[in-house]
Design a protein around this ligand. Structure first.
Ligand code: SF4
Length: 433
């Protein structure tokens, strides 16, 4: 079977490319060329039957992903599926099932059945959980069994696989020497490194990367290579270990492309505001323009309870600097498992960040939405304002509960409404954009 990347290189415009082009309002040839060059990916497993293709990459709208999953002994699949539906209704462009416990196979299958957007997983989480159950210790994880879990996810229809393929022994040694403040915060990366140190073995995902590529090619899975050395606090941002791993990720991007496998890179994490542009520029340069999937990023370590806002600021800056895919962060980050309502807040915050980033980088057509809203505000056209609001439900709720006088303006300035005064004296209300 010819992969999507190979078809693009052969000059073939596929139905997925046409669908993405129509959705993004660009020419199909633009999408084909981006896929061929690796700057655009269209995750789409041959076994994910309910999928509507989504393009991620250069020249396209910035996308957002929401993470759900079973965590701890009290996790219930039906509650997580409610979060899946909530995230989809709030407009997420992708989902990640990051289950670490319970019936992970059923959770994944139900997520895939409920989702019309690309679904990603981190299969090593399940390999770790199964090793813990079977051998009583995660460091006894069997490499063959880990690859079996990776293939199980791919065979089920997962569209993008997050794997820590570049967290090598050399990178780990560098981190040890440099003395990080928070040595490791990536769950999958930490367990994998624990396994490597306990067994004195190189990372099998790096050593056997060709095997990873083979599985990805077989099911047309996109790789989302994650950084095990993702900084977990501002103090560790852009240290030697992080940059070293990014250099190796760049090498793996080249190998994946040569094998006809679509690839994107998942990145930090925590970083100060002045590191955002440098981090994105480094990734773009070292990984030859592969789409960048950023976790947040969080620009301060002290916003517990409000990390969705923290991440939205970081996400907007990252998107403006060139990142194309934002992993949402909820208000529960660093504190607990998010509720359904917090999942919704996380998606909306990430969507604001993505759109702000697109406006900042001057993405063609991105400002049309804002122009229409400005005109509706000028005309005090509340119906239209509600239709255009990114979260109409929230905007209407506030309008209905906070406009007790049922004013044509709003309760903020009341009879001194600037819009009404401008319309009255400058007669501008009837102008159109
Ligand atoms: S009352 Fe003030 S805040 Fe409300 S619409 Fe008019 S100018 Fe805007």
């Amino acid at each position: 079977m010819m992969s999507l990347l190979t078809k693009a290189r052969e000059g073939i415009i596929t139905p997925e490319m046409k669908q993405v082009a129509a959705c993004e309002n660009v020419a199909p040839e633009f999408i084909r060329q981006g896929v061929a060059e690796g700057t655009i990916v269209i995750p789409g497993n041959i076994n994910h039957k309910t999928l509507v293709p989504v393009g991620i990459g250069k020249g396209l709208r910035t996308k957002v992903s929401a993470s759900i999953g079973l965590y701890g002994s009290e996790a219930i699949i039906s509650e997580e599926i409610e979060k899946v539906k909530t995230a989809l209704a709030a407009g997420t462009n992708a989902l990640m099932d990051l289950s670490v416990s319970g019936d992970i196979d059923t959770m994944r299958k139900e997520t895939l059945n409920s989702a019309f957007v690309p679904v990603g997983t981190l299969p090593v989480y399940q390999a770790i959980a199964e090793a813990g159950k079977k051998y009583g210790s995660t460091v006894k994880m069997d490499v063959e069994e880990m690859f079996e879990v990776i293939e199980r996810h791919a065979a089920d229809g997962v569209d993008f696989l997050a794997l820590h393929c570049a967290t090598t022994m050399e990178v780990v040694e560098r981190a040890k020497k440099e003395g990080r403040l928070d040595p490791l915060v990536s769950y999958g990366g930490t367990h994998l490194i624990g396994w490597m140190i306990a067994n004195q073995c190189e990372n099998p995902l790096y050593e056997q990367f060709d095997r990873v590529l083979e599985i990805a090619r077989k099911y047309n899975v996109t790789l989302s290579l994650a950084d095990g050395m993702r900084p977990g606090c501002l103090a560790d941002s852009l240290d030697g270990a992080q940059v070293h791993e990014l250099v190796i990720l760049g090498e793996l991007v080249r190998r994946a492309r040569e094998a006809g496998v679509q690839i994107m890179i998942k990145g930090p994490g925590h970083m100060p505001l002045d590191h955002v542009k440098a981090t994105v520029t480094l990734q773009k340069s070292l990984c030859k323009g592969a789409p960048y999937f950023v976790f947040g990023p969080l620009l301060t370590d002290i916003a517990a309870g409000y990390d969705h806002i923290n991440a939205a600021i970081g996400g907007a800056l990252s998107a403006w600097a060139g990142a194309e895919f934002l992993c949402y962060v909820t208000p529960a980050e660093h504190i607990g498992v998010p509720s359904v309502a917090q999942v919704r807040e996380g998606v909306i915050a990430a969507r604001i960040a993505a759109h702000a980033g697109d406006l900042g980088k001057g993405l063609k057509g991105a400002n049309q939405w804002d122009l229409e809203m400005s005109m509706a505000r000028k005309k005090l056209d509340w119906k239209r304002q509600m239709e255009l609001a990114l979260d109409p439900h929230r905007a209407e709720e506030i309008r209905n509960t906070r406009n007790r006088e049922k004013s044509t303006a709003c309760a903020m300035c009341g009879k001194y409404c600037a819009m009404e005064i401008v319309a009255k004296y400058l007669n501008t209300a009837k102008q159109s954009c």
